[in-house]
Design a binder for this molecule. Sequence first.
Ligand code: Y12
Ligand code: CO
Length: 171
Amino acid sequence: MLLPIITYPNKLLKQVSSDVALFDTQLHAFLDDMYATMIESNGIGLAAIQVAMPIRALILCIPDEEGNQESTNILEIINPIIQNPRGRMTYQEGCLSVPGFYEDIERYEFLTLRYHNRHGVVCTLHADDLLSIAIQHEMDHLEGKLFIDRLSYSRRKKFEKEHKKALKEKK
Ligand code: Y12
Ligand code: CO
């Protein structure tokens, strides 16, 4: 089932998400729906709050070298904790909840992630480059934060102006 993606400035996107306690069939069905929704929207990452569910769950499917998103590369990440973040890199980010806007954001280049998979098993992942960026972007959503909240004052002002104009043109 495809789920509606909520977009900026919906206030739900500011909500801090809660830990997942039950790793049951209802959670599995929800993760499957998140995956279908993300792929249908040409996304590479989606947090549960983007489909109005305030739980600490996110999915990622990073394209391979040929640009293909293989379903075998899907990562379902629940209750994540970042350990040992290091290095810095800048990447032009986009978000399905802020369609049409892309901005350079600086984040950690490397990190280790502890999380639960859909069965509640504790997993460890060493991430670098785009995967590290995507994890940090999606984990910001769990704290009610968007990539545009990381912009400088002047870049944020420019974004608000462009966003207002885009909304007017859509009407
Ligand atoms: C690096 C930076 C950010 C992330 C977070 C995940 N972001 C996305 O998956 C964004 C996808 C996206 C897709 C859009 O649709 C198309 O391009 C067809 C889109 O649409 C428009 O801008 C109109 C916007 C964002 C991971 C890694
Ligand atoms: Co996002």
